[in-house]
Design a protein around this ligand. Structure first.
Ligand SMILES: Cc1cc2nc3c(=O)[nH]c(=O)nc-3n(C[C@H](O)[C@H](O)[C@H](O)COP(=O)(O)O)c2cc1C
Length: 235
């Protein structure tokens, strides 16, 4: 039982470069896909498809796709950042601002021309041994799930299963959401021949990290989010 908890606690985001000469063996990729296969999905709809991208020429083209960073993203992101480890430890929610370029952590700094898009992730994508592009079909949904709410929750289960499997194999994982929305999503779809009825749920880079991730990781305490019998009543 403790092993499961330890595996859950050990899983973490890797946002640095991967060693592009250290390939992931095919058996390990299969293990990660097997973990996706057994994810719980609402009504067992298995509403996902996964493209395993390991062709360098395609990775290079994906890396060139730029996704504009909107002002709305910058503003909301800014509100959620902590600017020191102490502040983050106190807040217990959100992430540390130092992982973003300066214009995203200081509203008075204007982005440089090459920073106006999320292309700064491009070099990371290019040097990833494997990129998984997870797709979903919003029409393959559980009954009466307006907005495909249950389907989207199911994709979270797929993500977590694959992430835990990768982590247990010593393979790092970085979720890249910048390919989800247009115009980037449309370009990814064209490049990977993804049919129109499918949408990109998330993309994740898999590989062996050059350096261990050292980001401070915080969580709320259990009593911060639990109640006894009625909302608002603390045990
Ligand atoms: C749905 C989802 C989308 C995410 N998108 C991104 C992303 O685009 N870029 C990124 O660096 N991390 C992304 N993350 C990772 C979270 O930022 C990370 O899980 C969180 O900060 C907690 O850190 P940990 O994974 O190390 O525990 C995403 C995570 C989830 C579940």
């Amino acid at each position: 039982m403790d092993d499961v908890l330890r595996a859950i606690q050990k899983r973490q985001s890797a946002r640095g470069p991967f060693d592009c000469r250290h390939f992931i063996n095919a058996q390990d990729v299969q293990r990660i896909l097997e973990a996706a296969r057994w994810a719980p999905t609402a009504h067992n709809m298995q509403n996902f498809e996964i493209i395993v991208v390991d062709d360098l020429a395609i990775l290079e083209k994906l890396a060139e796709i730029k996704s504009p960073i909107t002002q709305a993203f910058i503003e909301e992101n800014y509100r959620q950042l902590s600017f020191s480890e102490e502040k983050l430890e106190q807040k217990k929610v959100g992430i540390l601002g130092t992982m973003f370029p300066e214009f995203m952590r200081n509203p008075t700094v204007k982005p440089k021309p090459n920073e106006q898009t999320a292309s700064f992730q491009g070099r990371l994508v290019k040097a990833s041994p494997v990129l998984l592009v997870v797709l979903y079909d919003p029409h393959r949904r559980a009954p009466a799930s307006e907005g495909d709410f249950l389907g989207i929750m199911s994709l979270g289960c797929v993500m977590e299963n694959m992430w835990l499997m990768a982590s247990s194999l010593g393979i790092s994982c970085h979720i890249v959401s910048s390919f989800n929305d247009d115009p980037a999503a449309q370009k990814v779809k064209t490049l990977l021949s993804i049919p129109n009825n499918l949408q990109i749920a998330f993309t994740c880079r898999l590989g062996y990290a050059m350096k261990p991730a050292r980001d401070l990781r915080v969580r709320r305490d259990i009593e911060d989010f639990t109640y006894s019998n009625r909302y608002g009543i603390k045990a």
